[in-house]
Design a protein around this ligand. Structure first.
Ligand code: S3P
Length: 442
């Protein structure tokens, strides 16, 4: 375990390039594997979560290599329905996206696949994906009902379904779409609350017939099964969920200003920008353009005086991974910030409502936690002087390291190893723009 202490840092300044988007990286590998020909991916996020997807797809018979000369990843696509049985357990480590999307993919193949993961992943609910896949005709072997390890008994005779999503989850939507890819007929998903649509964008880009329509029930995403997907070049933009840590650091530390280039601005992801602006955050989005079916732009974040706001439940899907870092901004804002309708945070890499609230409490910031909400009472300058248990959660570790940069006394996080799952080089990138961190072997 490596423990890191975050010390008062005068300001953060500079221009940064940060690693590729995690959601798009997973999908580029999976959809590339389902296409005919060689898909080339530039800017793939080389984090533990994404590498878990690389290993799993290799176990399923897909050749994936990195060209070390130019950093481009090359996927030898096997066409829709072209995976072969793995003779190894697929260990997806900490990655919920990898596990859930791949379960959807293999469900439409006539073989069995055993999925597992680390202790955090094995305690996250999988029934949200298993239930619709069961309705399509897949079967599952579960020791602990609804949790990994799970064996997927797939079939190439899945039936298309119409699924009205009960939980607004891009992972569930994508798992069903990837199962529908090798299913004759039209698979339809209806979302009452929109979620990130990277899967839809990329499937269309690879040639799938996918139609999105507003209906009385919600947004309907309709995919015609068994298309011939053609290999493509994918350019992965920077991850807004990672950029958020730098953005908040720039906004809460006086005198700061940071430009982050080439960030994915998918509509289903930008809730954090909307919320920080409502709080008074100075954010400029420059050079907005379109790349590979996604909106990208450069974000300039500068020190601002923040005020507390109420973040409505309806915004949660568009910033679901950003609540830990937003809670740090809220701790530095004047007045109260309320997060409504956030019970989903209890089933992320850790119970994020509990880890955030106990972490903030130990920094002397008053927090009120209910089953599905959090109220944070901002302070002038946070106290700090404490050690935060991250519960193996990368975003908790990064969020509290940012808080330590502005606190009166240093803040230590018990383990930073999990940061590798989403944001390799986080510590170095932050230090390059002014963060003061010290590392100790725990
Ligand atoms: C993701 C969707 C979100 C998010 C996760 C990545 C994706 O999960 O929390 O980090 O890539 O589809 P849910 O869709 O389950 O909310």
């Amino acid at each position: 375990m490596i423990t890191v202490t975050s010390h008062f840092s005068e300001k953060v300044v500079g221009e940064v390039l940060i690693p590729g988007d995690k959601s798009i990286s997973h999908r580029s590998l999976m959809i590339g594997a389902s296409a005919i020909g060689e898909t080339k991916v530039k800017g793939l996020l080389e984090s533990d979560d994404v590498i878990a997807t690389v290993h799993a797809l290799r176990c399923l018979g897909v050749d994936i290599e990195k060209d070390e000369k130019n950093g481009v990843w090359i996927i030898a696509g096997r066409g829709v329905g072209g995976l072969s049985q793995s003779n190894k357990i697929l260990d997806l480590g900490n990655s919920g996206t990898a596990a859930r999307l791949l379960m959807g993919m293999v469900a439409s193949h006539p073989f069995s696949t055993l999925f597992s993961g680390d202790s955090s992943l094995c305690s996250r609910p999988m029934d949200r994906v298993l239930n619709p896949l069961k309705r399509m005709g897949a079967q599952f072997g579960e020791l602990n009902i609804g949790y990994l390890p799970i064996t997927v008994f797939g079939t190439d005779l899945l039936k298309p379904i119409t699924e009205v999503l009960k939980i607004p989850s891009a992972q569930v939507k994508s798992a069903i779409l990837l199962a529908g890819l090798n299913t004759i007929g039209k698979t339809t998903i209806i979302e009452k609350q929109s979620t990130r649509d990277h899967t839809e964008n990329m499937l269309k880009d690879f040639g799938a017939e996918l139609v999105v329509e507003e209906t009385e029930e919600g947004k309907a995403v309709m995919l015609t099964g068994q298309p011939e997907l053609l290999a493509n070049n994918v350019y992965v933009p920077a991850d807004l969920s990672s950029a958020a840590f730098i953005i908040v650091a720039a906004i809460i530390i006086p005198g700061s200003s940071v430009l982050i280039r080439n960030v994915c601005l998918n509509d289903g992801r930008t809730g954090i920008l909307e919320t920080l602006r409502e709080m008074g955050g100075k954010l400029e989005i420059q050079n907005i353009r379109e790349s590979g079916g996604e909106r990208v732009g450069d974000i300039l974040a500068s020190y601002s005086n923040l005020s507390g706001v109420t973040v409505p439940a309806s915004r949660a899907p568009s910033m679901i991974d950003e609540y830990p870092i937003l809670s740090i901004a809220a701790a530095c804002a004047s007045g109260k910030t309320i997060f409504e309708g956030v019970s989903e945070l209890r089933v992320k890499e850790s119970d994020r409502l509990a880890t955030v609230s106990s972490g903030l409490n130990s920094c002397n910031i008053k927090v009120l936690e209910t089953e599905d909400s959090l109220t944070i009472n901002g302070v002038d300058v946070p106290e700090g002087g404490c050690k935060i248990p991250t519960n193996g959660d990368h975003r908790i570790a990064m969020a509290f390291l940012v808080l330590g940069m502005i606190a009166k006394k240093p803040i230590t996080v018990d383990d930073v190893s999990m940061i590798e799952t989403s944001f390799p080089k986080f510590l170095d990138i932050m230090e390059n723009i002014g963060a003061k961190f010290s590392r100790e072997k725990g």
